[in-house]
Design a protein around this ligand. Sequence first.
Ligand code: HEC
Length: 118
Amino acid sequence: MRPLPILVAAALGLAAHSTYAAGDSNAGRNKIYQCQGCHGISGWKTAFPEVYQVPKLGGQNAQYIVAALKQYKSGERDFATMRAIAATLSDQDMEDIAAYYGGKAAGDTPKQQPEPKK
Ligand code: HEC
């Protein structure tokens, strides 16, 4: 048996292929305090839809979120605020946050601002 390489490979495989990545949504729940002010989830936010100008993350595809955060961190995608925030996140943070936001899709029926699923 070679359990370790297999586990590592499995984790990488999950991160690359699974909808929910290898993140832990419970851990993610504690990491989004700095995101919610701008990216409110339906039912959480206080602003009216009309003034909502930030992409909604709740229900977004988890891999899409991780990819976007990595692009902000690397500078590939440039938006000053998001770049500064992404720079503080580890890969694990990104996976956890993405798992949390992505997982919202299953349990949450958006009551407003439905976003096109990607
Ligand atoms: C100060 C407000 C603000 C905060 C705080 C903030 N964001 Fe953002 N975020 C934005 C804006 C504005 C955009 C759109 C930027 C653009 O056009 O590239 C964005 C874009 C994104 C995107 C890309 C979404 C898409 O649909 O392409 C992701 C993913 C994201 N943010 C995740 C996060 C996470 C995770 C956090 C917390 C760690 C966070 N953001 C905190 C304002 C914020």
